[in-house]
Ligand binder design. Structure first.
Ligand SMILES: [Zn+2]
Length: 461
């Protein structure tokens, strides 16, 4: 079995590049963990990591680790900074074996193919005298995914779907480049559909094997299985199986581009769940619950930072009661999403979209709502979709355009929104709750000052 070492750049005391409140080391770790997940899911490989937590490591410790483990491949994952945007990859600029160049070709192309969908700039395949590339004894590659200090790139880095896609592409590229054996074709999870890309179906096993060999040569990992159709046995050459139809169609196009005209997609599994899905157990501070902070204090809290912020406290307070949602925490989420209603991301203030609904990338600034009230409603309805499996109360029409897309009841607490709502995937809920704690402290302060005033008034009587 091949050994792969993934090296999330920086960590611990070494933040890497920073921009606003964001740190390169966090993005590097997030992507690397996802790459590992995809490799282990789909392939038989020994996947090791130089760090899986926010820990300080020297460059020497990283390369020594890979060398001692006798790894077949080392992949360092970074994000770029300082003037530019887009994706680039590096191999050592000294002498390297042909295999290193080939791996860079394949992994780079695989990533570019995927990130093109997000209009990411391809900065090209480069060579440099980086320590980790020079001091590793195996094929080594360093990826600079995107630029943390470029607003367009950063928006993507904060988009869970992008992170997921780029990590998946990296994993598939590595698997291709190293010819990792694919695990037995996955069974569709109960109630889920699996889309299999079939690059030809043959009566003769020999022909299927020839087709498979051709695909392998082109960097596609094939899998042959037999089916009986109307009493005849066929050998199908599967060129990938996906839970996502779009990914299957992408792969089908790739296969067709190789000149295979008889490719098709078969759907397996059922879209009807065989059993009701089991709801995720609640862990952490729940989304449903009472609103505790006074609406005027919500407004005052925001205005300390942004004196021009709209007064949304009362709307969050009133409307959240209809849905049984903690309106003050929802308000904290809006403060987080809009950067104190300064709208420093892709969403414009006029959209009244306080929760980044549908805002998924630099070219997708999301939903717009006619009034602030409608915007707050949509936000609360979106939360309700996550937090509850109940029918929404019929007091208001559903104005959240994405309500029906939510996996109902899949996040009952704020931290369970991690990786589901817009990002950053791993600390999203924690950041909202940290803001909420500040808001509580603010209100306690206000109350104390009020008590002081009452006490003084009493003494003057
Ligand atoms: Zn770096």
């Amino acid at each position: 079995m091949k050994t792969i070492v993934l090296d999330p750049g920086h960590g611990g005391r070494d933040t890497g590049a920073t921009y606003r409140q964001y740190r390169e080391k966090d993005f590097n770790l997030e992507v690397s963990l996802q790459v590992r997940k995809y490799l282990l899911n789909d392939y038989s490989a020994n996947v090791l990591m130089t760090r899986t937590t926010d820990k300080t490591l020297t460059l020497g410790e990283r390369t020594t680790f890979a060398n001692e483990k006798n790894a077949d491949f080392f992949c360092s994952i970074h994000h770029n900074a300082a003037g530019g945007r887009g994706f680039e990859s590096f191999i050592y600029n000294g002498s390297v074996p042909e295999s290193t160049k080939r791996i860079q070709d394949i992994v780079h192309q695989e990533i570019v193919y995927t990130v093109n969908r997000y209009n990411v700039v391809n900065r090209g395949q480069k060579r440099a005298n980086f320590y980790v590339l020079r001091n590793t004894e195996m094929d080594a590659l360093l990826l600079e995914i995107l630029f943390i200090d470029n607003e367009q790139d950063l928006k993507l880095m904060l988009n869970d779907q992008f992170v997921d896609d780029v990590a998946n592409a990296t994993a598939q590229g590595i698997a291709k480049a190293l010819s990792l054996p694919r695990k037995k074709t996955p069974e569709p999870p109960a109630g889920k559909v699996l889309y299999k890309v079939i690059a030809g179906s043959f009566k003769e096993k020999k022909n299927a094997e020839e087709r498979a060999a051709f695909l392998k040569e082109k960097g596609i990992e094939p899998y042959i299985y037999s089916v009986t159709i109307d009493g005849s046995l066929f050998y199908r050459v599967q060129a990938g199986a996906y839970a996502d139809k779009e990914n299957a169609e992408d792969q089908e196009r790739k296969v067709e581009q190789l000149g295979i005209k008889d490719a098709f997609i078969v759907t397996e599994g059922t879209s009807e769940p065989s059993e009701p899905p089991t709801p995720e157990p609640v862990k952490g501070y729940t989304i449903l619950g009472p609103t505790l902070i006074q609406p005027e204090n919500l407004n005052l809290f925001v205005k300390k930072v942004n004196p021009n912020a709209p007064d949304l406290g009362a709307l969050y307070d009133e409307l959240s009661r209809v849905y049984g949602i903690r309106g003050d925490v929802a308000f904290a989420q809006a403060v987080h999403e809009t950067n104190y209603f300064r709208f420093t991301g892709v969403v414009e203030p006029g959209q009244n979209n306080y929760a980044g609904i549908g805002a998924t990338g630099p070219n997708e600034n999301g939903a717009s709502f006619a009034t602030p009230k409608e915007g707050v409603l949509a936000h609360l309805q979106h939360l309700f979709a996550y937090a509850s499996t109940e029918q929404p109360p019929d007091e208001f029409d559903i104005v959240d355009p994405r309500f029906s897309l939510v996996n109902r009841g899949s996040a009952k607490s704020w931290t369970q929104l991690n990786g589901k709502w817009a990002v950053p995937g791993t600390t999203y809920g924690q950041q909202i709750l940290a803001l909420y704690e500040k808001m509580i402290d603010f209100e306690i302060n206000q109350v104390n000052e009020h008590l002081d005033r009452l006490e003084k008034a009493k003494q003057q009587i």
